[in-house]
Write a protein that binds this ligand. Sequence first.
Ligand SMILES: [Zn+2]
Length: 225
Amino acid sequence: MDALSHLRSWLFPQYCKLCSQSLPMGAQLCQHCCATFSTFSEPDLLVRADIQRLFPLRYVDHLVALQWYRPPVSTWLKQYKYAHQLHYQVAVSQLLQQHLYTLSRADNWQWPDSIVPIPLAHSRLVWRGFNQCVLLWQQAVPQGLFVANALARPLSTKQQAKLGARSRRKNLANAFTVRMRVQGMHIAIVDDVMTTGATVDSAARKLKEAGAKEVSAWVVCLTAK
Ligand SMILES: [Zn+2]
């Protein structure tokens, strides 16, 4: 550690959000807590019958998630999204990075050609000021794979949280446009929380129509409604 970093960590000490051990600048979780955090172990959750039943995805080939939507990650996501507490974003990104590293050691793992975030509707982007999903994943995936503006959302779709599963699909039928060349590629769509899967499935459909060979969905948490 150089003298300036030393001084900074003395002035502004950081502690692991899970075990309170002191940390080097920039980290929010210690290596031990990151490595032992309980996550889904499957590199593709669509092999699980319960997950297939809960999330009927027609255009998504593989599903990766950190865990179910529950504390502490659910609390951290809320603090980050609605109260702009960026240190919680760093904690979640650290967990995602560790999770992807673990999954990538499985024999059948393949990194996608590109990783693209679900865009927010324009009205919500203005209201919230940022797309939470971009920072969360950008800091967790290998450099060079992330393409921030590959998908666009030209129509102002009604807020998904207020709609039932069927209305969600209808609402989303033409919500996305693809703005990059995806012919023959494996694309991973990233999002924060998957509730019915309708949003991600709609984006996956557009990617397939644009020629993508394979589409994965990577989300932080799954929540069943
Ligand atoms: Zn810790």
